[in-house]
Write a protein that binds this ligand. Structure first.
Ligand code: ZN
Length: 537
């Protein structure tokens, strides 16, 4: 089971950082180790005890279980629908350790509804856990204050995780002392305050305003681990530094976006004559990831914060982890290409093409139709396409990303030599995405593109079961699908969107055959944070 994650060194060039800045990174890595411990406890109340048991078991099976436990941050295999792999582990509790063990969703809902408005908001908020009144009374009698008869009570994170958060806050303050960049000092200081006050607003704003080489993300953020309500935020950490080359490339692309919009292959009336401000995107290299940011399949990009008040006032920031993408490319995409492509095409596989397309995918989300008019009614693509929206929007960002890069090649903004690697790398990466299934938006979107381009002969299948790019037809196919998807979006045509997804968002036999031959290839990486380890020495 663990072999599906290829051990990979995660490195980043810190040689340009000043010695104090390197110490800042070391402090952040130290704080992140506490994040790992916090997340382990958030995921399941039994994790700490089980980790001790597994660590004591010196048998080969015991060591293998410990290894896989650490990858998954618990005794359930996240790649296998959370199947338990440690004997005696119960099924994964959907409410993780955010709610009392055994409490039913209906009872919790009833209790939340019975609360006064302000408390109800905290109960469904990010930064509290729910405990049984009795548990709290027995374990921590000092925290009981009235509220009898409900059976449940709220405990804020700054009490529930007090010792760890106090330690993390002092590490962040030490890092702030060492840091020279003022916006970094501000973020670290405000985030340290937030750990103790449980009020994260100011520090989220400070995170949006970060500048300079060091880009840390540390705190309670994503709510996926709370499968019961998606209310509660899991602790995670990404210690990263800016990638200067890619950040410069991003600036260059940003200045081309209006020209790309003006040349989209749709009716001119559907184009946006004045694009809004670009949502901030930053390209970084990871030094260390912890907690919810390092379990199972590794995060390659994230969009934060999640607090809607901050997003309304300051927007959100997209952070792309370049060296993690590079590791996935080397350990999964290259071996996949050796199976799905012919020998002569493998030389065209290139990380630069892979990553440039990922960056362009993000930018293209901002182009094309968003606010539309249907029969004279002002509406949005999202509202009209309902549950089909995400699938089509992800497919749009991919396919129009290819269109946009080709446009930049044709006008001389990118080298002509980029062209072969662009399409061949996309073809191989389609198989990597579909391996994760076509039930979620991204995989289904990729299946639509792969099948459309096969039907249009932009991609072809060969007798030996491999796939190839047809240079004579690929550009036409990409343009045609960009037009088709964006026109459906512009017209807000739900029926057409659903028909397209139903017809093409599937795995057909030749593709399935190729997927079957990938079973021995790693699904993802297991990071080894070598640069972080060197910082501590
Ligand atoms: Zn996307």
């Amino acid at each position: 089971m663990a072999a599906r994650f290829a051990p990979t060194d995660i490195t980043a060039d810190v040689s340009k950082l000043s010695p104090p800045d390197r110490q800042v990174l070391a402090k952040l890595v130290e704080a992140s180790r506490i994040v790992d411990a916090l997340f382990l406890r958030q995921a399941w109340s039994g994790n700490d005890a089980m980790l001790v048991d597994l660590a004591r078991d010196g048998s080969p099976e015991g060591r293998a279980r410990l290894h896989y436990f650490l990858i998954n941050k618990g005794p359930w295999s996240r790649l296998d629908h959370n199947r338990p792999f440690v004997p005696g582990a119960p099924p994964k509790p959907p409410g993780a350790n955010y709610y009392p063990e055994g409490a039913s969703k209906a009872d919790l809902e009833k209790w939340i509804q019975s609360l006064p408005a302000a408390e109800r908001e905290r109960a469904s908020g990010f930064f509290t856990v729910v405990r049984r009144s009795l548990d709290v009374a027995r374990d921590r009698p000092e925290r009981v204050e009235g509220r009898s008869g409900t059976g449940f009570r709220l405990v804020p994170y700054n009490l529930e995780y007090q010792p760890e958060l106090e330690r993390m806050a002092s590490l962040l303050r030490e890092a702030a002392q060492l840091a020279s960049e003022p916006t970094l000092k501000t973020f670290l200081t405000k985030r340290a305050d937030a750990f103790l006050s449980n009020d994260y607003y100011d520090s989220d704003v400070a995170w949006m305003e970060l500048k300079g080489a060091i880009e840390p993300t540390i705190g309670p953020y994503e709510v996926y681990e709370d499968e019961l309500f998606n209310f509660k935020a899991a602790f995670e950490s990404y210690v990263t530094i800016q990638d200067e080359t890619e950040t410069a490339k991003l600036q260059r692309f940003a200045s081309e976006l209006q020209d790309i919009e003006n040349n989209l292959p749709i009716e001119p009336k559907h184009r946006n004559p004045k694009l809004g401000a670009l949502a901030p995107i930053t390209v970084v290299n990871e030094i260390y990831a912890a907690g919810d940011g390092n379990r199972g399949v590794q995060t390659a990009a994230f969009n934060l914060p999640n607090d809607e008040r901050v997003v309304r006032e300051k927007g959100a920031k997209r952070v792309m982890l370049k060296n993690v993408q590079d590791a996935k490319f080397a350990k999964t995409l290259l071996p996949i290409s050796r199976v799905v492509l012919g020998a002569s095409d493998q030389k065209d596989l290139a990380f630069d093409a892979f990553f440039t397309h990922i960056v362009m995918h993000e930018l293209m989300h901002g182009l094309g139709p968003h606010t539309i008019s249907v029969n004279g009614r002002q509406t949005t693509v999202r509202q009209e396409l309902k549950e089909q929206y995400s699938v089509l929007e992800e497919a749009k960002a991919d396919i129009s990303g290819l269109f946009a890069i080709q446009h930049l090649i044709d006008k001389g903004s990118l080298p002509r030599a980029f062209e072969p690697s662009l399409y061949t790398t996309f073809l191989a990466s389609a198989f990597r995405s579909i391996r994760f299934g076509v039930s979620e938006a991204h995989g289904k979107g990729i299946a639509i593109q792969l099948n459309f381009l096969l039907d249009q002969s932009g991609f072809t299948t060969k007798a030996d079961g491999t796939f190839a790019v047809n240079r004579d037809r690929i550009k036409e196919g990409v343009t045609a699908l960009t037009r088709e998807i964006m026109t459906i979006q512009a017209e807000g045509d739900y029926a057409k969107a659903k028909a397209l997804a139903d017809r093409l968002g599937i795995v057909r036999p030749p593709v399935q055959k190729a997927l079957d031959r990938l079973s021995e290839i790693p699904v993802d990486i297991e990071p080894r944070f070598t640069t972080a380890a060197q910082l501590r020495q």
